[in-house]
Design a protein around this ligand. Structure first.
Ligand SMILES: O=C(O)CCC(=O)C(=O)O
Ligand SMILES: [Fe+2]
Length: 271
């Protein structure tokens, strides 16, 4: 790629909040990812159907090499973060056929104290998400939905929620979300297998249910400037992880208290 093209792509990320890199992975590279996925036991399962969702880290696996060593990708990412960066994590998500559900509306920055404690909004341009579709995706199979240009609105208010697998997540407050979506609209990028969506940590995104009979499989990876490690604040990380697990425990306790209070929530169905 010409230097000029790299600069134009980075300009597009600054302007729209994202860039679609077509055919980042070849068919055989996708195949390698699938065989590694097949050889593993899932680490995160759908709570009741027991379908796979997550498979742990792929950072050290040979199937991740085409991402780690992709010259043009690195040039784009480094030009954006204005530094020689590195991949922080490379994960694989598999959204199960028909029962694989939604991912909440969020900006990546909301959980910065988990992946980069010590950094804050002033360091937002030191990070990029690199989301690569392995199965191909669109609105029907629960592909990513994004609000273009939404990063220009800054960091929106998020609330704590209990998500699938009893995990803590942060979701954008609905009033704020509605006004931003009314302003910019929503898009559901159509990604072919191997296409990547590169986006900044203030871009609003989520994903819906998979209404097809095949899994929606994607690589979720994060690129960051190396100096993030120097700022790492271990106390903040411990405080944040405690906050997140305490939230889950408190929420589950509240639910039990309501159940024990003898209020029969099925009362409305009784004739
Ligand atoms: O897998 C999904 O639908 C969500 C991915 C995501 O939130 C991300 O790549 O930052
Ligand atoms: Fe995300």
């Amino acid at each position: 790629m010409e230097n000029q093209l790299i600069k134009e792509i980075v300009e597009e990320i600054h302007n729209k909040g994202f860039y679609i890199f077509k055919s980042l992975l070849s068919d055989s590279e996708i195949k390698d990812f699938y065989s590694e996925v097949k050889s593993r036991k899932p680490t995160v399962l759908n709570e009741f159907q027991k379908e796979a969702w997550g498979y742990g880290s792929f950072l050290e696996d040979s199937c991740a090499k085409p991402i780690l060593k992709h010259e043009n990708l690195k040039r784009i990412l480094n030009e954006y973060i204005q530094d020689e960066g590195e991949f922080n994590h490379i994960l694989v998500n598999s959204k199960a056929p028909l029962v694989g559900g939604n991912v909440e509306w969020h900006q990546e920055l909301a959980n910065i104290d988990t992946f980069a404690p010590g950094s804050d909004i002033s360091n937002v341009s030191s990070f990029l998400q690199v989301y690569i579709s392995l199965s191909g995706e669109n609105r029907t199979n629960g592909g990513l939905s994004i609000v273009p240009y939404s990063h220009h609105e800054g960091f929106l208010k998020h609330i704590d929620i209990l998500w699938n697998h009893n995990s803590h997540k942060r979701e954008i407050l609905s009033d704020e979300l509605i006004s931003v979506v009314n302003k910019y609209g929503l898009i559901y990028p159509e990604l072919n297998p191997g296409d990547a969506l590169i986006f900044g940590h203030l871009l609003i995104h989520s994903s819906g249910r998979n209404d097809t009979t095949l899994p929606r499989v994607s690589v979720v990876s994060q690129y960051r400037s190396r100096n993030i490690k120097e700022r790492w604040d271990d106390n903040l990380w411990k405080k944040e992880t405690k906050y997140r697990s305490d939230f889950v425990i408190e929420k589950l306790k509240d639910t039990i208290d309501i159940k024990l209070s003898n209020k029969n929530i099925y009362g409305e169905f009784k004739c």
